[in-house]
Write a protein that binds this ligand. Sequence first.
Ligand code: SF4
Length: 310
Amino acid sequence: MEDQSSSRRKFLTTGLLATVAAGCSTKNPFDGYAPGDIKASGEKVKLLSVDGEIIEIDKAFLKPVPNLPRLTNSEERKGVDGKKFVMVIDLSRCKNVGACKTACNHAHGLNPGQNWIKVLSMQDAEQTAPYWQPTTCMHCDEPPCVKVCPVDATFKRQDGIVLIDSDRCIGCRFCMAACPYTTRVFNWDEPVLEPAVAAQPYSCETSMPQKIGTVSKCDFCPDMARKGELPHCVSACPNGVFMFGDMNEDSVTNGAETFQFSELIKEKAGYRLMEDLGTKPRVYYLPPVNRNFPFESGLENQDPANKQTH
Ligand code: SF4
């Protein structure tokens, strides 16, 4: 039998919920819906209500999230009204499974090696324990990358997400040089895309299809957030490392657990990378204390470029 956690994760990942748990929307998935018109199937599913409660409902009464109409470029550049998206990464839970990278690369049609998420092996001092540190774009509130772009191809939206418009990008790579987190990658090669994906019109909200000669990076999956769904890395991680949510609602979730963002950061001494640069990242880290997993051996053979020290 499914437990409550797995039911909640399944619900969020199948996109039947019109909200990112309790954290990112007040939209009720059952608004305007009349279950009395439809025959019950007898098959029950557990859902997360907008109040954060687990509720049970007949499957026939589910109202799938409708396909959203195509957005204009200026709507994509504006972002989602009333949101301030934020991510929390719990380093005590990361085992370098790599599911986040695989899901991200697949969802965004990235060429092999074009990882938007990097999982670095870290060690703060010789005597301290090593740990894994996944990195994404930090979606800085003061993004140096945006300031140096000569053609306004990279921009910050009102919901906090920093995006790239590949239709404008001229491939100068100033943004790559300006980013202190080395998060951006350059598409040197023609992306290997399925014909249907290659033929679709470009959207800077999905970052698809990727284009040769342009810069790309983690986009916080804004198309998913707009639908009230979690970013692909969050849903894919089996250990609940990534939590995504809305600072305005003071809530983050990994799909299985939902936390009050401010309390979580305060209680677990959350921090941001390179705070002293004044970039004001929207990604917070929880320190790798009381790790859920021992650090794996065999790291001697890893690529030295992937080994970091603070
Ligand atoms: Fe820009 Fe780098 Fe900050 Fe992302 S992490 S917003 S690419 S400076």
